[in-house]
Design a protein around this ligand. Structure first.
Ligand code: 5RP
Length: 236
C-alpha cells in the first residue's frame, strides 16, 4: 500500500500503521481528517479486508467518510455510536503536554466533538509537528458566516487587550470564495506566533458570539505517535 514514499509521507504512514494496531475487533473508532489520518483509514481498510477486522467508523468530515466507505469500513454517525472507544487523528502542532492545534484541514469542529466523545484520542503526526510552544501554525477558528467581520474585529480587539502577540487574522479562502466547512461555516486563521496560555485563550475565544469552536485541543489527546522519515516511530 505504501509503495515508494517521500520521507514526510513515510513518517505519516508509519505513525498511522502503528496507531492502527490500537484498534481492536468490535471497536467504535473516530476517524480523523487530513493526509495522516487518510493513511490510518487506508490501513484500517486493509485490516478489514485482509484480517476480517470488524469496526464501526465515525468520520470527522465528508472527505474521510468517503474514503472510509471506499476502503470498506462500515461508517456510522456519532449519534448512532453514542460513545467511541478510540479516535485517531492528525494534528497541525502538538506540545510537550500533548495539547494540540488542529483545523488545518478545516474539520476542527467535528474533530473536537468526536475526540471528546471518545475514551481515548491518539494523535498521529510526523516529527515536524512537534513544537515547544503552540502558535507558529495559525490557529483556526470556526465562525458563523453571519456578521463574520464583526466577529473578526471582536476577536482581534480581545487579543489586543490580552496582549497576545501577532493579533492578525485572515479569512480562509477557497480560491476566490470563502472556504466553507462541513457545517456551513467560515474559518478564520489567527496568526499569533506564540500561544503562552492555550487553555485561557481557548476559553476566551469560545465565549465570543459568532465563534463556534477553535482549533486548540486542551487535555483531549492521550498519546501521540510520532513518525520519522526513516521509518522509525516514537510513542509519547
Ligand atoms: C484537519 C486537521 C488535520 O488533522 C491536520 O490539519 C493535520 O493534517 P495532515 O495530517 O494533512 O498534516 O486538523 O482539520
Amino acid at each position: 500500500m505504501a509503495g515508494e514514499l517521500s520521507p514526510i509521507d513515510k513518517a505519516k504512514f508509519v505513525a498511522a500503521k502503528r496507531a492502527a494496531q490500537f484498534v481492536e475487533d468490535g471497536m467504535r473508532v473516530g476517524l480523523g481528517t487530513g493526509s495522516t489520518a487518510a493513511w490510518l483509514v487506508r490501513c484500517l481498510g486493509e485490516m478489514v479486508r485482509d484480517e476480517g477486522l470488524r469496526i464501526k467508523g465515525v468520520p470527522t468530515s465528508t472527505r474521510t467518510a468517503q474514503l472510509a466507505r471506499e476502503v470498506g469500513i462500515e461508517v456510522i454517525s456519532l449519534d448512532e455510536a453514542k460513545w467511541l472507544d478510540l479516535t485517531i487523528d492528525g494534528a497541525d502542532e502538538f506540545d510537550g503536554e500533548l495539547n494540540l492545534i488542529k483545523g488545518g484541514g478545516g474539520a476542527l469542529l467535528q474533530e473536537k466533538i468526536v475526540a471528546t466523545a471518545s475514551d481515548q484520542m491518539v494523535v498521529i503526526a510526523d516529527i515536524g509537528k512537534e513544537v515547544e510552544t503552540l502558535g507558529a501554525f495559525p490557529l483556526p477558528i470556526e465562525v458563523i458566516p453571519f456578521g463574520w467581520q464583526t466577529t473578526q474585529a471582536l476577536v482581534e480587539e480581545t487579543l489586543i487587550s490580552m496582549d497576545v502577540l501577532g493579533r492578525t487574522s485572515t479569512l480562509r479562502m477557497n480560491g476566490e470564495v470563502p472556504f466553507i466547512t462541513d457545517e456551513g461555516n467560515y474559518i478564520m486563521d489567527l496568526h499569533l506566533n506564540r500561544i503562552g496560555n492555550p487553555r485561557q485563550l481557548s476559553l476566551v475565544i469560545n465565549q465570543m458570539p459568532g465563534v463556534v469552536e477553535n482549533g486548540l485541543f486542551i487535555d483531549i489527546c492521550d498519546a501521540v505517535i510520532i513518525g520519522f522519515g526513516d521509518g522509525r516511530f516514537e510513542v509519547r
